[in-house]
Write a protein of this length. Sequence first.
Length: 557
Amino acid sequence: MRRNQSSNLRRTWYLGPVLTALFALAGCGGPSEPAAESSTPAVKLDSSRLAADQTLVRGGSSEPESLDPHKISGTVESALLRDLLETLVIAAPDGGVRPAVAESWETTDHQTYIFNLREDAKWSNGDPVTAQDFVYSWRRLVDPATASKYAWYLAAGKVANAQDISEGKQPPENLGVEAVDTHTLKVSLEVPVPYFVSMLVHVSTSPVHKDTVEQYGDQWTRVGNFVGNGAFKLTEWVVNERIEYVKNDLYWDAANVKLQKVRNLPIASPNAELKRYEAGEIDFAYEIPIEHISRLKKERPDEVKTTPYIGTYYYEFNNTKAPFDDARVRKALAYAIDREIMAYKVMGRGEEPAFHLTPAVVKGFDAPPTAWSQKSQQDRAAKARELLAEAGYNAQNPLKFSILYNTNDNHKKVAVAISAMWKQNLQHVDVTLENQEWKTYLSTRANTDFDIARAGWIGDYNEPSTMLKLLLTDGGSNYAKYSNPMYDALLAKSSQEMDMTKRAEYYAQAEEILAEDMPIAPIYQYVIQHMVKPHVGGYAADPLDNYYSKDMWIIEH
């Protein structure tokens, strides 16, 4: 991963208090332009080594909020839906895309796209998957009546009239998507978007079965009702215990799907998940406890799978609420975090310090040398104290606030470490930690009912706009409620710029605005890290962590 930031010295001048806080918490020792189509070959399979029982057991982090692709916003739900539903194209390990429901596509101007759908693509009930299914589904996605958290996504891709429809200014029927015939889909954009096809790996663009949705309403995702077009079909869902699905024999590529069953276990605690993994109950662990990384890398080096990730872990400020409507306060808190300690010592899994929202691994991004990122951490901490004093906070008037995070051992460790840094570097602060279960946390953030909230943004496609559009004034997940017309204008210009070099300049300018306004505090750039047993074949993560169970199999062991 490329780095473009200030000194990489891993200072210890306040490391002691931070790690002391972590030790007390843990009760143990501390943690030391996309191609239109991918040419990446499939992982080779030796069929003679296949196990008789083709069941994959995966950890899943949390109970999903829904299995409706138009009602979700998290990575946990997306991982499930990539198996149960299939988009026009799917991700490839090299960051490109592979044909899926669409066997081919074409464009002459990057503004009108024609997708040719497979004639053998079927729903799990035997109905054919048609172009009209995508028309219905995309209209449903942007329809205000659906209240999708991703209603903004097609507008971000500049699909004609998507923005107006999501705002209730036009009917869904005016969306720029058309079924030319049963297996030909035409998509019209308002302006050329050269990376549009790569956006379509996102699960929000999945088709849903119209008759099923209209018959069952919100209950269509229940076992017995669910009709999907993916490689697997839903068979069991026991809340907070397991979600199971089996191979869909009607899937167009069923002959190449080796797994017969996938069992997903929602386990919120990474430590609990690891125990079950090491006991042999789980084949694929979703998240690794940070205090066990060093040990696992030594004991199970081939099972720790680490890949650079298009994603940033950050703290978002409630920009609408005092005192976080004051940029001096936001900057003071952001500057007082030592990102090198957070990335290398607290996390220690391969993460890199983040001084920008956009990770360095994203194609087409060259991080600008913003003033704060070029300072030493000692200088940033000194500036933080100065800014906080200017804003009126001192021993007589300490800054009081709470940090919201969802229930998770790793998020708690991060919150403890950062609160320790704030107390040591800023002194006149009073920090309260507040954790909530996943669904409650999502609701609280969506309502911007917080002071500071832990957040993470994972790119939906491999291009800088996938990160930067998060903070547009009308961004669907802009829970910080940040708004800057100059920032919005830059992103609007970039979306219409065909020259990648010029587009990169706009992205750099946008990051400079964020550095000045500091609506969020970037902390570290994610890595993908799972534990995968040696008997699991075919696992291959792309930079967006878009793994598919249809690509995997179980080897005799």
